[in-house]
Design a binder for this molecule. Structure first.
Ligand code: TXA
Ligand code: MG
Length: 316
């Protein structure tokens, strides 16, 4: 695990404008001082990320909301009490102090407080909010282990290895509006849980006509090998050199490799395993991957969102 001394060293690097990969409860992030534009520019460079895709700013205390946001919103406090630290990002009107490079020129900023002690200490010791996207190359599979970061990113100053992440998929991203909220990215925190805190929502999922979520591309999280989602249309495919990624509900045979998202159809386990298994299979000697779909209820919605984006090129 990571010692306090290592975290303090990493915090010094952040203060000097460096890039530090660190664990959160969702996936590993690639962090820089959110208030230092040249440092934030290095994130985009290291990830080969297009500049239209805004970054999430990570905080360790709700007091930072006053610094980063333009208005006080009572609903944010209620959401923070319930879900922070945790996998919820709230998009809010930004204050002038937040550089345009962080928000891709938008007037809003995405903020979250990660539920991971290493991440929280890094933010505290750095003394600044930390802008951090997932620590993968743009469009590739998100990292849930330090080794996944090492595989993809080379030009960074430090990786804090906190072991595998607990949740396994990225935070739920919501945007607040005067009459409710919109989910911009599905995650472990579901619409139903959010509605218990904020009763109104004017759309259940992203409606492209109402809202455009930058970075919400149809193709994302892709392994370097072809990935298919299992369906009848694949039944005559030759799979002897392929891998099957199972959710444990349909019988499989004639595959070179079988990996399990879950052996007992557990959605939380599947979320935690999804990116890890995709990394494992893209590095293995199979020619392509066939993944079993999971039921689209609760967090299954977020899992299928990631799976469809990863398989986008190969959807029927
Ligand atoms: O769990 C997570 O959220 C991880 C960990 C590291 O915190 N971070 C993460 O960041 O997944 P990233 O950059 O891979 O995805 C953030 C997404 C962006 O693609 C964008 O769609 C949305 O959050 N986002 C950020 N700021 C926004 C804003 N101001 N308006 C709309 N969407 C925003
Ligand atoms: Mg990402």
């Amino acid at each position: 695990m990571v010692s306090e001394q290592e975290i303090r060293k990493a915090a010094e690097l952040i203060k000097q404008g460096g890039l530090v990969a660190f664990p959160t409860e969702t996936v590993y992030g690639l962090g820089a001082d959110a208030l230092n534009p040249p440092a934030v520019a290095r994130i985009f460079e290291a990830k080969e990320r297009p500049s239209f895709d805004p970054l999430i700013v990570h905080i360790a205390s709700t007091e930072s909301l006053d610094l980063l946001t333009a208005e006080h919103d009572e609903r944010v406090i209620r959401l923070a009490e319930k879900f922070w630290p945790g996998p919820l990002t709230i998009v809010l009107p930004k204050s002038k102090i937040v550089p345009d490079i962080v928000t891709s020129g938008l007037n809003s900023v995405g903020i979250r407080m990660p539920d991971n002690e290493i991440a929280l200490d890094l933010i505290r010791f750095s003394g600044c909010p930390i802008a951090a996207p997932s620590a993968n190359k743009f469009g590739r599979i998100s990292p849930t282990k330090a080794s996944h970061v090492r595989k993809q990113l080379h030009d960074i100053d430090c990786i804090l290895d906190g072991g595998p992440t607990r949740v396994g998929i990225e935070s739920t991203v919501i945007e607040l509006h005067s009459d409710g909220f919109v989910i911009l990215r599905q995650g472990i925190i579901t619409m139903q849980q959010l509605q218990e805190i904020i009763p109104h929502s004017f759309t259940a999922t992203i409606n492209k006509e109402i809202i455009s979520a930058p970075g919400n591309l149809e193709s994302h999280y892709s392994p370097v090998k072809p990935l298919y989602i299992w369906g009848e249309h694949l039944k005559d495919m030759d799979t002897k050199n392929a891998a099957f990624l199972s959710f444990g509900t349909i019988p499989v045979q004639k595959y070179k490799t079988i990996e399990y998202l879950s052996r007992k159809a557990d959605l939380y386990e599947a979320a935690a395993n999804l990116f890890e298994k995709l990394h494992l299979l893209e590095d293995s000697d199979v020619e392509f991957i066939v993944a079993e779909a999971v039921p689209e209820t609760g967090i299954g919605i977020a899992i299928m969102d990631r799976l469809r984006k990863a398989a986008h090129q190969y959807l029927p």
